[in-house]
Design a protein around this ligand. Structure first.
Ligand SMILES: [Zn+2]
Ligand SMILES: [Zn+2]
Length: 306
């Protein structure tokens, strides 16, 4: 039986799924704790004397999606390695590293969408034991997909854009800059879920001006620092979802979802039966309250840069 990844359509979920038998034993093979700051054999730690590189892209050794044999030279799954310490994430490093992270995502997205194999690109960072990381070194990932996931079509609308509409709601706004907003969306699934979006209707990172990209990265950086401040000074488990337009979809409004798992300064809100069984999220914190709490925490972090 082939160990190649296979994209499969689920008629029940009305969504694609990826079957990746090659990753079955992966976590057991790489026994590294995410808080291990002294792992000498890390494949991503820079050697002493290396020139500092803020963010670099390397091909995934265990891709969740692979090109067919005749186009085997195309790499569809990439790892975004950053930093030189296992204990510092994007929110702990200067905002310029977050800018570089998004620039790398932008350039690789453009590259991947040229391929006839790729219909959409998903970039993300998942942080925390909760997500079962297999490598301790801080990293994000970027995947070129041969299909369009349902959640990348959600901002579609004939007459309006849900993300443009969000921009006018001051009660949900945490902070703003010249070109971007940091808000708690009314559809927040978890207590401190945040959304970062350009003020202008832009479909993807590549369509942002340089100033807009700095602005978006600044709001993401501020959001990450707010995660730590509102979780008693520790970094909660979190997801960054970079939700860019599928191929050729100008109606999409770029959004970056920042989804920390905490519900107060010391407790996590883990998705349970309603979430995993039905896809129905039970959020104990009203978004207006969460936005107010995040605004109150702002003096403890650096604001978005313009
Ligand atoms: Zn390392
Ligand atoms: Zn819009």
């Amino acid at each position: 039986m082939s160990s190649e990844p296979i994209a499969t359509w689920s008629p029940v979920e009305q969504e694609w799924l990826l079957r990746v038998p090659g990753r079955r034993d992966l976590a057991a093979q790489v026994d590294i704790r995410p808080d291990d700051t002294s792992f000498a054999g890390c494949p991503f730690c820079p050697d002493a004397g290396d020139a500092p590189v803020q963010v670099r892209l390397v091909p995934s050794k265990h891709p969740v999606i692979a090109a067919p044999q005749e186009r085997a030279h195309e790499q569809l799954h990439w790892v975004l390695v950053y930093g030189s310490s296992h204990s510092q994430r994007l929110g702990d490093l200067p905002a310029e590293v977050t800018q570089q992270f998004l620039k790398k995502v932008s350039h690789k997205t453009t590259d991947l969408l040229v391929s006839p194999l790729v219909e959409a690109v998903y970039a993300f960072e998942s942080v925390g034991d909760h997500f079962g990381p297999t490598v301790a070194h801080p990293h994000g990932q970027l995947v070129g997909l041969p299909f369009v996931p349902r959640r990348l079509t959600l901002t579609h609308g004939a007459d309006s854009c849900a993300v443009c509409d969000l921009a006018v709601d001051r009660e949900l706004t945490v902070t703003t800059s010249d070109h971007a907003l940091l808000q708690v969306p009314p559809w927040a699934r978890l207590p401190f879920e945040m959304i970062i979006a350009p003020r202008a209707h832009r479909p993807d990172l590549a369509s942002l001006s340089p100033d807009e990209l700095v602005s978006v990265a600044g709001c993401l950086h501020t959001g990450l620092r707010l995660c730590r401040v509102t979780y008693g000074g520790a970094m909660p488990p979190y997801l960054i979802n970079v939700m860019q337009a599928p191929k050729g979809d100008a109606s999409h409004h770029l959004r970056i979802e920042l989804v920390p798992l905490h519900k107060d300064v010391q407790t996590l809100k883990r998705p349970g039966a309603m979430e995993l069984g039905l896809g129905v999220y039970v959020n104990p914190l009203l978004p207006e309250i969460a936005a107010g709490m995040l605004r109150d925490a702002l003096p403890g972090v650096r604001r978005c840069r313009t």
